[in-house]
Every structure is written in structure tokens, then in C-alpha cells.
Design a protein around this ligand. Sequence first.
Ligand SMILES: [Zn+2]
Length: 207
Amino acid sequence: MPVPPVPLDQLIACPCCDALHHATVLGETERAACVRCGTLLVTPRTRSFLHVIALAFTAMILMVGAVFFPFLTISAKGLSHASSVFEAAMAFSEGILAPLSLAVLLVIVAMPTLRFAALIYTLWPLANGRPAWRHAARAFRLAEELQPWSMAEIFIIGTAVALVKVAGLASVSLGPAFWAFCALIIVTALKNAFMSKWTIWRAIEQS
Ligand SMILES: [Zn+2]
């Protein structure tokens, strides 16, 4: 016997393993996870929106420190030089490598910051129980599309590999910006764990 079709808006697919579930609206203290892999699918609305907003603000403040504070200090033979990420990116800003400078600033600084700003814009009125602002759907879609292009984590891994090489030639000490970047990665991961796309899209549609 054929199974009667279920409307698409009542189905929710797990973002990790693609298992299909029937979506239901939950109470304020309930949350739904994937039966197969345990990924969070639906979160209680107001509280999780507040968590995401708080973490996005934290991330934006950390980003300022991560970009402009000294990232590392290299010293050899009595000479030492401290450099921030901004200065390092600007070092390529003249000549043939100028596009590299632009790309570094875009994927490490501009895209993550724009993503946090778009999330705050989308969720701020919803968390306060008001209807979504104009273009909230467009802002949230932008935040989703920017996710694969936000590469702060990859930057830290790349830096760590380079540091191991440089450490053989000169003594390297890490500045506050390095730790700000590490904190930024943890905050971003926490924010992703608190965020349910389904809940946010539903809240935007309802308002
Ligand atoms: Zn799953």
C-alpha cells in the first residue's frame, strides 16, 4: 500500500546524516535531536535565539582583538618584530600579490563578521518577541551562504603549521590575538551547536 505523501514543510532532514524526521513545534524546555546521529534539529525558540545573539556579539568583539592586537612576535639575534593579522595581510597590498591581501582579509575577517552581523539582524527582533525586520529572510540566507567561506579555523591550522617551521629559525612567541582567534573558534562552534536553522526559518515565516 503506498504511503500517503507528507507535505514538505512538515519534514526536517538532519544536516549531518540526512535522516528524515516529522517536524513538530516543541515547548519552551524541549529540544529535538536526530534519532540516528544525535545532531540537534529543533531548539526552544526564545532562549536559543538569545544564546546565538550573545555568542555572535562575543565573536565580533573577539574578532577586533584577533585582527588588530599583536598575533606573534619573532625574535632572532637580538632583533624582534611583532605583527598583527591586519599588518600581515597588508604586507602583500602592493604589487602582484595585492589580490592575496584582499582575499585574506575577506575570508578571515570580512565574511565571518558579516555573517555574525546578519545573524544578529535576523534574530534580534525574534528573540524579543517582535515580528522579524524587513529582509530578515535575505539576511539569514546570506549568513547560511557565507558559512563555507568563513575560514578563521583554517587560518589557525595554517598558522600552527607555519609556526613549527619558523620556530627552528627564530624564537616565536604568541600574542593576545592568537588566543583571541582560538576563543573565536570555540565561540563559533558553540553558536553553531545552539542554532537550529529549522526553528529560525519557521520563526521568520510566522512573523
Ligand atoms: Zn542525523
